[in-house]
Design a protein around this ligand. Sequence first.
Ligand SMILES: Cc1cc2nc3c(=O)[nH]c(=O)nc-3n(C[C@H](O)[C@H](O)[C@H](O)COP(=O)(O)OP(=O)(O)OC[C@H]3O[C@@H](n4cnc5c(N)ncnc54)[C@H](O)[C@@H]3O)c2cc1C
Length: 377
Amino acid sequence: MRVDHFDFVVVGGGIFGCYAALYLAGGGAKVAILEKEDRLFQKASLVNQARLHSGYHYPRSIATAAMSDEHKARFTEEHRPFVNQTFEKFYSIDRYGSFTDGPQFERFCEFLNIPCERVTEHNLFNFERLEALYRTEEHSFDPVLLGNYYRDKVENNAGITVFKKAQIQRSETIGNEWSIDLKLETFNLKLSTPTVINATYSATNAINQIFGVNELALTHEISEIAFVHSPQFGQRGLTVMDGPFGSIMPYGLSGLLSLSSVAYTHHKISFDALPRFDCQMPEIDPACRPEAPGICTECPRRPVSNATKMLAQMQQYFAEHVQFTQMFSYYTIKSKLKASHIDDGRPTEILLLRDNPKFYCLFAGKINSIYEVEKIV
Ligand SMILES: Cc1cc2nc3c(=O)[nH]c(=O)nc-3n(C[C@H](O)[C@H](O)[C@H](O)COP(=O)(O)OP(=O)(O)OC[C@H]3O[C@@H](n4cnc5c(N)ncnc54)[C@H](O)[C@@H]3O)c2cc1C
């Protein structure tokens, strides 16, 4: 069987895998990206709320808030054509049941040194439900345009080979190298490499198992991002803090608003190491298994949309004349570190789980933390 040698094998072709591959190839390395699907960027890197985090969203995790802010300027600078920086963004505190309140949120913003201006009157909002409203500075990246950009960059980089529809059958160590058996659509291949980087997000533990390294303690949720538009609200954003509330904001430069709610976005939860759900039927659809989850938006067994419930929940924060029209929804699996339940943090973890040969596990938090890989690898 043909054996191809690479300096690095990156498993997973979302934004974290693509960025890691470009960074390593930029240093002269020969890199392979192994992607399960026939296209890069079809999972969490496409289906998300597109919030370019500045820290506001994490009043209970200073670490996540600070990490978001740390990378925001660089991310914006390097992805300027794909970032919507022109909309008005509001954060607010629900009058009932919030884990934070106005004074605490203001202290938090002051600590992080992020702008937050109290707004006491506004004809778009319902102040009977809002304890406090703030005009903030938060932007939105465009996942579709980012996907096009990264696909083009990695597929035209002479140092990177992209293997799509790739299935890792098994792996073993031979001396200081990994030997990986790869099944492709029309032929099989062996890869050898001294370093593997696992950037598969919801499939993290499945890949860790194949390489015989420790699993991460994760939970997995089938999540829905609904898309809406509103002539009255236009291209603005509102996020209601902090607890089982929601958010409506521009999805990059698409002209649509993404809608999500802590109560209704997440349809099913799996506490297993692997994302195991009752909608998976490997005998009918082998492209989606707990060991190798598929593309939820394209699945006929995806959950029935909660968009109407999300809208009803969010509508309470708006003045009566502000109406939203529901368009369509995207679905994907959201995976989180179990430890995040304590403070709702979303750190990006990069762990060296084996040395010589090396195996790094890159578990992504926020999209603008793609640069964390540079600190470690
Ligand atoms: C609902 C939701 C909302 C979010 N909102 C935001 C937000 O507003 N702002 C923000 O910054 N972040 C947000 N996030 C988090 C962010 O989207 C993720 O942290 C980020 O996209 C993860 O990128 P990734 O490249 O690691 O994973 P992915 O984009 O999921 O890429 C992983 C890749 O690995 C591939 N793969 C899986 N299994 C295998 C296998 N066996 N072999 C080969 N390849 C495999 C997949 O097909 C996929 O292409 C959100 C996430 C979700 C789900």
